[in-house]
Design a binder for this molecule. Structure first.
Ligand code: PLP
Length: 412
């Protein structure tokens, strides 16, 4: 069965051009770039060129402001732990309640170590209120970490504005953004709209490079203590022999994303919008999570009232369709996503959320197939749901009463 891959916010197919670019460094040019002999010059030059390329694509950053890491999780950990280690006099951190766990769990860990952390709430569309942010800033604020685009809903945060306000309030506050979902998709110019951002994380495998390569931009002069200690690689800021091939791949993938940007955006947005329109038209009691907020063009997160996202995913999988749900299955209990919880998605829908995320490799025919099978899947699951009256093919009167409740009413 042909796979229809619509889970591109989880990871992406490696671009053929990227495979071509990295292959020499997995075969003939395997030398350690730190070695002194002539043969190592090729890998060393390739890493230097990739660094210049990534710096340039981020808006004419300096190449020594780019740190290659193993993934966005490492970049985020370095940004947060590195900043607090370098600034012992301040103890207050601001982030949001909808960050990826690679920021959220670091923030919780810092809380346990005695830092004060404000987790900003979001509204029902997943938006942060700028006034809340301004109120949260304090004289002892050490850093801000606000993601650029949310991985579950695609909702875009006003990072430009928040970073500007931060620096106008106190240039000593370090501003970090996790841009893992937006690099290559959204305009990011560290000399322009993002000029007030000090630290920016991202990852190769979200933009058609392999898994296992990431980057952290560290603006010159930003205090950030190294997280990985060892050799002198990366100017002594991240020890460990460079992953030459994947560094080359990351730079090539980023370059392709920028080169293809306009054409990709037009196609991807058209596919996403059509998918959304058709599903909303064909399926009652469907809600688009974050649908009213500025959103990534490739992301559609829909909440199907009265059914479980996991059931939908299994059935989609039977058709070869790959998507994801917001729920994380931990220790046997299905916990709804922290992002949808923060958005106060009604409890009749919070378990029924499904995320489709599109890439340049998807086709209109694949979208047609989802439009064809998804309403059938939702219909069949609803007929089995205790909230659905299968005979009349509509929700039970009790279910309708609960439609806007965010918590399950206590059993009477
Ligand atoms: N941050 C965001 C917003 C993400 O979406 C992800 C991956 O899903 C990560 C961080 C972690 O990325 P990585 O898998 O490269 O560690």
């Amino acid at each position: 069965m042909k796979v229809i891959y619509l889970d591109n916010n989880a990871t992406t197919q490696v671009a053929p051009e990227v495979v071509e670019a990295i292959t020499p460094f997995l075969t003939g040019e395997y030398f350690n770039p730190s070695s002194m002999y002539e043969a190592a010059r090729g890998p060393a030059d390739a890493v230097a060129a990739a660094r210049r390329k990534v710096a340039k694509l981020l808006g004419n950053a300096r190449s020594n402001e780019i740190l290659f890491t193993s993934c966005a999780t490492e970049s985020n950990n370095t940004a947060l732990f590195g900043t607090v280690a370098a600034n012992p006099n301040r103890r207050h951190i601001i982030t949001t309640s909808v960050e990826h766990p690679a920021v959220l769990n670091v923030a919780h860990d810092l809380e346990r170590r005695g830092f004060e952390v404000d987790f900003l709430p979001v509204d029902s569309e997943g938006r942060v209120d700028v006034a809340d942010f301004v109120r949260a800033l304090r004289p002892d604020t050490l850093m801000v970490s606000v993601m650029h685009a949310n991985n579950e809903t695609g909702v875009i945060f006003p990072v430009e504005e928040l970073a500007r306000i931060t620096k106008e309030t106190d240039p000593g506050i370090v501003f970090h953004t996790d841009a893992t979902q937006s690099v290559g998709k959204q305009p990011i110019d560290l000399s322009g709209n993002f000029r007030h951002v000090d630290l920016l994380s991202f990852s190769g495998h979200k933009l058609h490079a392999p898994k296992g390569i990431g980057a952290l931009y560290i603006r010159r002069g930003t205090p950030c203590r190294p997280f990985m200690l060892g050799g002198h690689q990366e100017d002594g800021r991240r020890a460990g022999t460079e992953n030459v091939a994947f560094i080359v791949g990351l730079a090539r993938a980023f370059e392709l994303a920028v080169e293809n940007h306009d054409a990709d955006v037009a196609r991807i947005t058209a596919m996403r919008d059509r998918l959304q329109r058709e599903l909303v038209e064909r399926i009652p009691y469907l809600h688009v999570n974050g649908g009213e907020a500025p959103r990534l063009d490739n992301t559609l997160n829909i909440a199907c009232h009265f059914i479980e996202g996991e059931g939908i995913l299994y059935q989609l999988s039977a058709y070869g369709i790959c998507a994801s749900s917001g729920s994380a299955c931990t220790s046997g209990s299905l916990e709804p996503s922290h992002v949808l919880r923060a958005m106060k998605v009604p409890f009749t829908a919070i378990h029924g959320s499904v995320r489709f995320s599109i890439s340049r490799y998807n086709t209109e025919e694949e979208i047609d197939r989802v439009i064809e099978v998804f309403p059938e899947i939702v219909g069949s699951l609803r007929r089995l749901s205790p909230y659905w009256d299968a005979r009349r093919d509509e929700p039970t009167p009790e279910a309708l009463e609960m439609l806007h409740e965010t918590e399950m009413p206590q059993a009477r």
